[in-house]
Design a binder for this molecule. Sequence first.
Ligand SMILES: Cc1ncc(COP(=O)(O)O)c(C=O)c1O
Length: 375
Amino acid sequence: MKEIKPFKEPIYIIRPVLPDLKDVNKKIVEIWNSKWLTNFGDQHRALEEELKKYLKVRNLSLFCNGTIALQLAIQVLELTGEVITTPFTFPATSHSLYLNNITPIYCDINLNDFNLAADKIEDLITSKTSAIMPVHVFGNPCDVEKIEQIAKKNDLKVMYDAAHCFGVDYKEKPIGTFGDISMFSFHATKIFHTIEGGALTYNDDDLKDKLYLLKNFGIRDEETVLLPGTNAKMNELQAAIGLLTLSLVDEEIRIRKKLSEVYTSNLKDVEGIRLLDRKKDVKYNYQYYPILIDTETFKMSRDQVYEEMKKYNVFTRKYFYPLCTDYKFYSSEDQNNIPNAKKVANEILCLPIYGELSEEVISNISKILKNLKKT
Ligand SMILES: Cc1ncc(COP(=O)(O)O)c(C=O)c1O
């Protein structure tokens, strides 16, 4: 095969969607003139309304980041004891439980979609279990029907970490409408972002006021503090960036879908590379492009591929390695029945995908990968 030269400029896994600087400046002038920089101003109100429409949800509350939103979701649902979750996730999922004095109980994942294995949840339920906290990993919906059925049967709450799931629908239902609460991250690396930020979506209207108090120090009015809340407000600049980014999301998803298809057509038949199983009844957002590298058949380990790609100026990421169970402060011998999670964490590699990349670049990244395979 023809040798491929390294890219001149580094190609990272993700680049943020950036609104036009002129529009950002206009927004800044608007905010400066209002002299209202935070505490639920016009931008905040407008973004909340726009996102409710876009995500097609009944209720939505904004936060300064997704991690704190998760922590407050746990508090508003009054979770206690143990929560069944996945070890194959970003640290924030597990930490949000730990920081609320809840023991994360790790359930294994599916090999085809890397999500919590719904058929293994019930074995882990004890008298202390208060909830299930699955993650829609890489924007691929969990088995929401089965999880709902288990939760109902065992009287458990369900809190989805939907950090990767902006704009995803499952069976034509918006992803943020499943479970008791879903958390979306609006970090700069996400398809929709507010630089830092996050939101909770929920069907129960009664959660709205308590979430407001929890993110606003528990303050009801000037002379009344009702509960020990924190400061988790989204400020006006964040909300303004969100309003501008929202108008770019559909186009970004359209381009990523194309790029994703280019990867798939190039890599689907490569021995030793496995692609994420995509479900037919899902509208995806193409937030990530993950692959699995099988050392034996690819004749090179995931770690070697990761290092070799760097020589071509391609910076892939090992999402999610290590597993949460590998963090020293969580590991315990009885939480190690997770063979699928271990396998996936050792084989996973996320490839660069963002709207500024061309189909040609994606083809070349695919070619570099294919050329690495030892015959
Ligand atoms: C699965 C998952 N959960 C939670 C978070 C935390 O979100 P944030 O960065 O907005 O705090 C992330 C972060 O990117 C994530 O990938």
